[in-house]
Design a protein around this ligand. Structure first.
Ligand code: GDP
Length: 357
């Protein structure tokens, strides 16, 4: 499955956040009997109010949200791209993730020193981006002579060479490939770090959570990438509390949703993922697919046999189902569609698959 690597400079609250993610993942894993979770992986459920509604209609015994996997990637320090610290391990680990989440320190605490002295989100973002850019430039430096040779003997390799040359120019100017908006298709084979989608977590003091001008300034620093604002210390407390007390703590700092839930939602979207829904007395569940997935591909997420033996899908949109009040009523109202193997899944589809085994 797809994962998001969490990186950040030392003392920004990465471990605090990651411990909260791990706790939340262990709670969630109890619902997924066959899930094994690696120690450096934290899993969060993607909040989805539609599931509770489906559970009500179908009298489901349980609700299973989609989930997002975060991987703790230690070892980002200045010079990591040159192998400083455990830089090489850091680069190898981050290469395997599908998106990069930077944790940026905003909170001030005289007892927690910052590696570069004072608190400066803009400088820290620059420090991290510089390491990632330098790593990509090294990759390109190695790849360019090989690509030039290939392009000489094979016209089809010209696009790859030109894309790599273009990427080197962008990176030389200090811009990440993701932020540059350049076409990344011909670069995919190089697995460049800054071509991955980025998202940002700003770790704020509790009293900064409601500071709209501050949040706007920080969001602007990283746009068009998405930003999540949270207080890692509060997140680590929230995961220890029963639901009602957690809600009380959240409301006391002016928040409606935990930072982890926001992170799950934003992370899910950043990975280019989408859900469809199934519902019955056993469970109401959100299943994860890539945007643009067809009905057989969606069936394959439940079981590979469902994809192989796919016949058709009965699809009702969530809103139609809720308006009708039951599956039977929705069918009677002509809201159930029979879709074939070319159907492209839409967000909010409630589905029943028919298949041969
Ligand atoms: P890491 O090095 O990035 O993994 O940072 P840690 O999670 O170990 O945090 C470093 C120190 O900062 C610890 O003493 C944390 O308790 C503290 N810390 C983490 N997040 C916050 C926060 O949001 N506010 C405050 N005041 N302290 C925090």
């Amino acid at each position: 499955s797809l994962s998001i690597g969490i990186v950040g400079l030392p003392n920004v609250g990465k471990s605090t956040l990651f411990n909260a993610l791990t706790k939340s993942g262990n709670a969630l894993a109890a619902n997924y009997p066959f899930a094994t979770i690696e120690p450096n992986v934290g899993i969060v459920g993607v909040p989805d109010a539609r599931l509770a509604k489906l559970a009500e209609i179908f009298n489901s015994a349980r609700v299973l949200p989609a989930k997002v996997e975060f991987v703790d990637i230690a070892g980002l320090v200045k010079g990591a791209s040159e192998g400083q610290g455990r830089g090489n391990q850091f680069l190898a680990n981050i290469r395997e993730t599908d998106a990069i989440c930077q944790v940026i320190r905003v909170f001030t605490d005289p007892d927690v020193t910052h590696v570069d002295g004072d608190i400066s989100p803009a400088r820290d973002i620059e420090t991290i981006n510089t390491e990632l850019i330098l790593a990509d430039l090294q990759t390109l430096e190695k790849a360019l002579p090989r690509l030039a040779k290939e392009a000489k003997f094979n016209k089809e390799r010209k696009a790859a060479l030109e894309a790599a040359e273009g990427a080197a120019k962008i990176l030389d100017s200090g811009t990440t490939l993701y932020a540059s908006g350049t076409d990344l298709a011909d670069l995919r084979e190089l697995h460049l770090l800054t071509a991955k989608p980025f998202l940002y977590v700003f770790n704020l003091d509790a009293d900064e959570l409601e500071d709209a001008p501050l949040r706007a300034r920080l969001a602007e620093l990283v746009a068009p990438a998405e930003a999540v604002f949270l207080d890692a210390k509060i997140e680590s407390e929230l995961v220890e509390l029963p639901d009602d007390e957690a809600l009380e703590l959240l409301q006391s700092v002016g928040q409606e949703e935990s930072g982890l839930s926001q992170l799950a939602r934003v992370g899910f979207a950043t990975l280019g993922l989408q859900t469809y829904l199934t519902a019955g007395p056993k469970e109401s569940r959100a299943w994860t697919i890539r945007k643009g997935a067809t009905a057989p591909e969606a069936a394959g997420v439940i079981h590979t046999d469902f994809q192989r033996g796919f016949i058709k899908a009965e699809v009702i949109s969530f809103d139609d189902l809720v308006a009708a009040g039951s599956m039977t009523a929705a069918r009677a109202a002509g809201k159930a569609r029979i879709e074939g193997k070319d159907y492209v899944m839409r967000d909010g589809d409630v589905v029943e698959f028919r298949f041969n085994v």
